[in-house]
Ligand binder design. Structure first.
Ligand SMILES: Nc1ncnc2c1ncn2[C@@H]1O[C@H](COP(=O)(O)OP(=O)(O)OP(=O)(O)O)[C@@H](O)[C@H]1O
Length: 527
């Protein structure tokens, strides 16, 4: 006898009811499990078939708890970026959809920790105690949720705080050839946030383990780890990890920002990030463009850096300041990645190997460096002297070339060169030795007033140190004005200059009675 449609339907209903009963009896939930198969493997990439419902950037689980991100989603094959050691995988392995995108642990529990791009601890300090997880890719804050950059982020480096100031919420690129002190500048900026309620995230991308260990040791020795999270991917790891590291680090930083805190993030460096992405794209057979980078490399970096901002007061008023680092080759700032990043960021600090060799440290090329929004955030006391100093320094850099040829110089030119030399010497600064604001102001005021012009150049370093120490004895009410960022009154300025004049007197050359030292007629008194 043939079964009627009703009979078949009834049989299905009974079967489902049975299943439902079984589920209830066992207290379990039935969930579909979508599995596919690995069809091919190459360096850090797997091709997978049999997952028709997969979403873009969905996380896929491979055997041995290795995860991968669905990057190329085609009709019958998926290109997956592997996040971890893939040596044990082979074609034919079964993979499983997870139904979620890549996320990372965030929260206060991460402070003081060194973790990898997946959030696993690398410092041997036990599991990471984090309250929440956040996706690594998140939309940047809406334009109406952003506030203007008006609060300075002091780096403790005189040359930057005075001439290329950075504001909270700004993105300032650090670029230079290899071994020109790029990392040193970023680390000094982190060290200077001690006791200032600024959380720092240092993201090392594709670096040597020894370099990262050195940075972590400096942060630890100098007491800066308590406010810092370090996210690390090493050069020998899967390129997928290097690719996700800055996004994961940004989510960690954003969590603090959204809780109303000020955050500083350092990406060291995005050249390695771009190379990792190029490697992945070429393996995924995406068409190469300029310098073999894929066409969307600009978008990769712009969507990362757009997440740095300052939020409106109603949203907590937190900020995320980014210091991305880029390595140039033979000072070529017009290569693809440097030009992209220069156009994405709000300014750049350019480091010069020539200055580095001359012992001008930090080797900042002031002429090529710029901060497009930081000027508005700079403290008034700096602003009063920064313009004159920058002009005098730029003039000096131009004239210095002539002086090298041994040309005969007129008095005015010679004076400008001597003044410029003293500015350069005073802006010199050792590594890991940030200078507090009052000390910086004392030095800059003395410089702008020409007080140091008669000090022999070989004694400038000592005179600068004396001025730095002077900051400790500046009267409390003047210090208060310096700390709050108020405009310095004429009296405040006169007090500081008087103290500086006395302190510097010890470094002036001995003069025959009645002949000097003259009160530098060529120089303007500080306003
Ligand atoms: N202000 C400074 N005073 C003295 N030494 C410095 C200073 N800044 C950097 N250095 C030294 O210069 C060297 C290079 O510095 P750093 O590692 O920061 O450069 P980098 O450009 O980040 O290098 P890489 O290209 O390897 O990333 C280091 O040995 C560092 O100690």
């Amino acid at each position: 006898m043939k079964a009627s449609a009703e009979d078949i339907e009834g049989a299905f209903d009974r079967a489902f009811a049975g299943l439902e009963q079984a589920r209830e009896n066992h207290g379990t939930k039935l969930a579909p499990r979508e599995v596919g198969t690995v069809t091919a493997l190459s360096m850090g990439i797997a091709s997978v078939s049999g997952l028709p419902g997969i979403g873009f950037e969905e996380l896929i689980r491979f055997p041995g708890d290795v995860f991968g991100i669905a990057f190329n989603v085609d009709e019958d094959e998926i290109g997956v970026v592997l996040l971890g050691d893939y040596a044990h995988l082979s074609a034919g392995d079964e993979v499983e959809r997870t139904g979620r995108v890549m996320d990372v642990a965030v929260g206060d529990g991460l402070l003081g920790r060194v973790i990898d791009a997946l959030g696993a601890p690398l410092d041997g300090g036990g599991s990471v105690d984090a309250g929440e997880r956040m996706p690594i890719e998140r939309p940047a804050a809406h334009i109406m949720d952003r506030a203007p950059v008006t609060v300075p982020l002091q780096t403790g480096l005189k040359v930057i705080d005075a001439l290329i100031p950075i504001g909270r919420g700004q993105r300032e690129l650090i670029l230079g050839d290899r071994q020109t002190g790029k990392t040193a500048i970023a680390i000094d900026a982190i060290l200077n946030q001690r006791g200032k309620d600024v959380v720092c995230v240092y993201c090392a991308i594709g670096q040597r383990a020894s370099s990262v260990a050195k940075v972590v040791a400096v942060l630890r020795d100098q007491g800066a780890m308590s406010h810092t999270v370090v996210v690390v991917t090493e050069g020998n790891e899967a390129p997928g990890l290097a690719y996700i590291a800055p996004y994961a680090a940004t989510s960690i930083a954003e969590h603090f920002m959204e809780a109303g805190r000020d955050v500083l993030i350092v990406y060291d460096d995005l050249t390695q990030h771009a190379r990792a992405y190029r490697e992945l794209s070429l393996l995924l057979r995406r068409p190469p463009g300029r310098e073999a980078f894929p066409g969307d490399i600009f978008y990769v970096h712009s969507r990362l850096l757009e997440r740095s901002t300052r939020l409106r007061k109603e949203l907590g008023g937190g900020s995320l300041t980014a210091l991305p680092i880029i390595e140039t080759e033979a000072q070529n700032m017009s290569a693809y990645i440097p030009t992209n990043l220069i156009s994405i960021t709000d300014g750049q600090i350019v480091l010069s190997p020539t200055l580095f060799e001359l012992g001008v440290l930090p080797a900042v090329d002031v002429g090529k460096s710029v901060s497009r929004v930081g000027g508005k955030a700079q403290r008034a006391a700096y602003r009063a002297v920064a313009g004159d100093l920058k002009l005098a320094y730029a003039q000096f850099e131009e004239l210095e070339t002539f002086a090298r040829f041994g040309a005969r110089l007129d008095d005015g030119t010679r004076k400008s060169i001597e003044h410029g030399r003293r500015i350069r010497a005073c802006l010199n600064q050792a590594e890991s030795a940030p200078v507090p604001v009052p000390a910086q102001i004392a030095i800059l005021l003395a410089l702008a007033a020409g007080l140091l012009d008669d000090v022999p150049i070989d004694r400038i370093a000592d005179a600068e140190r004396t001025l730095r120490e002077l900051a400790a004895v500046i009267p409390a009410e003047v210090r208060e004005h310096l700390d709050t960022g108020d405009t310095l009154s004429d009296e405040d300025r006169a007090t500081i200059l008087d103290m500086a004049r006395h302190a510097i007197a010890a470094f002036l050359p001995p003069t025959t009675p009645g002949t000097g030292p003259e009160p530098e007629p060529g120089h303007r008194e500080a306003r």
